[in-house]
Design a protein around this ligand. Structure first.
Ligand code: XUL
Ligand code: CO
Length: 444
């Protein structure tokens, strides 16, 4: 073994239970605990993200890096630092005991001064990653290409007014899709960070939509050509860094895919903080995706209700997560997606061990949300009440309408004859909320 980076933690992090006083022990997360007939780990498939945890030094738009990350100190030998970064990452994954990780091409590889150099840097580091994966058993949940940091992407990647930028983005995605396949990645994510606009004064919405659709078709073609078996996922977000992002929310992405003949080729990677940024709840986004065959994977995090931006904090509210988790269970689970912690430490959490506290808290929160959701599914009170609420649609009148056996005129005749005379029924929202809260409070 080479240099050790997280020396305060011997790992693997043990299970301590709800009464444990050890901050470096799990209170709920027990990968092997069986929930609804499956180990917890198979339900949640949690992963650590490379970018926030290992490739970010705490820089924000007002200040320099704050964190104790020797592999990010400016001015070092970039390839040597990249190797340190990967060693630190796999040491962390193993000590934490999570099965998956995710990365962008440039999280791991130095850019160099040309695409060819970048590609060979990446290939060398991917060789290392393969070795680490084999030795540790940690797997790749998804890979993605960073098409938003470099200045060439300032006006977008696929939606750039310059086709040369489209071509460059295509080169990056081609290679990263192949890298993801080589590493056995189970999904490939496209987050359109700058696929949007800052001002309509210089933006042709029609052209940019066509360009984005063309790009998405090319990705599908290449996926099939190389035989990549993972899911393709689009990650919606309404804004930031752009004023407006085209992949606004799950429903917008769904409509775009339908319009461009891409349905069935992509699902969504839903991020909690992106949902709230779009003015939705995370519950809404997951429920919409589940109802329309668009549920792919989860970027687990949370925003701050007082801030309007993407604060990417670690999830810590079981109440917020229990219902999205319920939708996921009812939809048959999240696999081959998972729960990627797309979350970052606060800038003042500078110590390396803070990374463990953050992930321990996040894992315990999603694990407890899973227990609550499983209990709700098992009792099925919510499902039963929903079924009762819509029972009329399974009876004669509802079926006749849906099957096309009724017209406006025939319905008018029924209503005029007094055959149909609906009475308002209570939606019972408060009773339902009480029912959920009771489970949130009592499940252990
Ligand atoms: C940005 C974001 C990205 C994607 C991957 O808000 O969520 O990190 O998850 O590009
Ligand atoms: Co994300």
């Amino acid at each position: 073994m080479g240099e050790e980076f997280f020396t305060e933690v011997t790992g693997p992090i043990p299970f301590g239970g709800l009464e444990s006083r050890d901050p470096l022990a799990f209170k709920v997360w027990q990968p092997d605990r069986v929930v609804l007939g499956r180990p917890m780990v198979d339900h949640l498939r949690p992963g650590v993200c490379f970018w926030h945890s290992f490739s970010w030094a705490g820089v924000d738009m007002f200040g320099n890096g704050t964190m104790d990350r020797p592999w990010l100190v400016p001015g070092g030998d970039e390839m040597a630092q990249a190797r340190q970064r990967m060693a630190a990452a796999f040491e962390f994954f193993t000590k934490l005991g999570t099965p998956y990780y995710c990365f962008h091409d440039r999280d791991v590889a130095p850019e160099g001064d040309s695409f060819a150099t970048f590609r060979s840097n990446l290939d060398a580091l991917v060789d290392d990653a393969l070795g680490y994966q084999e030795r540790t058993g940690v797997r790749l949940l998804w890979g993605t290409a960073n098409l938003f940091t470099h200045p060439r992407y300032q006006a977008g990647a696929a939606t750039n007014p310059d086709p040369a930028v489209f071509a460059y983005a295509a080169a990056q995605v081609t290679h990263m899709l192949e890298v993801t396949q080589r590493l056995g990645g189970e999904n490939y994510v496209l987050w359109g960070g700058r696929e949007g606009y800052d001002t309509l004064l210089n933006t042709d919405l029609r052209r940019e939509g066509e360009q984005l659709a063309r790009f998405l078709h090319l990705v599908v073609e290449h996926k099939h050509k190389i035989g990549f078996e993972g899911q393709l996922l689009i990650e919606p977000k309404p804004m930031e860094p752009t004023k407006h992002q085209y992949d606004y929310d799950v429903q917008t992405v769904y409509g775009f895919l339908l319009k461009h003949g891409l349905e069935g080729e992509y699902r969504t990677n839903i991020e909690a903080n992106h949902a709230t940024l779009a003015g939705h709840s995370f519950h809404h986004e997951v429920a919409f995706a589940a109802a329309n065959g668009m549920l792919g994977s989860i970027d687990a995090n949370r925003g701050d209700p007082q801030n309007g931006w993407d604060t990417d904090q670690f999830p810590n509210s079981v109440e917020d997560l229990a219902l999205p988790m319920y939708e996921i269970l009812r939809a048959g689970g999240i696999a081959p997606g998972g729960f990627n912690f797309d979350a970052k430490l606060r800038r003042q959490s500078t110590h390396r061990t803070d990374l463990f506290y953050a992930h321990i808290g996040g894992l315990d929160t999603i694990a407890r949300a899973l227990l609550v959701a499983a209990d709700l599914v098992e009792r099925d009170d919510l499902g039963a009440r929903k079924d009762r609420r819509y029972a009329g649609w399974d009876a004669d009148l509802g079926k006749a309408i849906l099957d096309g056996h009724e017209s406006l005129e025939s319905l008018e005749a029924k209503v005029a004859a007094g055959e149909v005379d609906p009475r308002p029924v209570s939606g019972g929202q408060e009773a339902l909320e009480n029912l959920v809260n009771q489970r949130v409070w009592s499940v252990r």
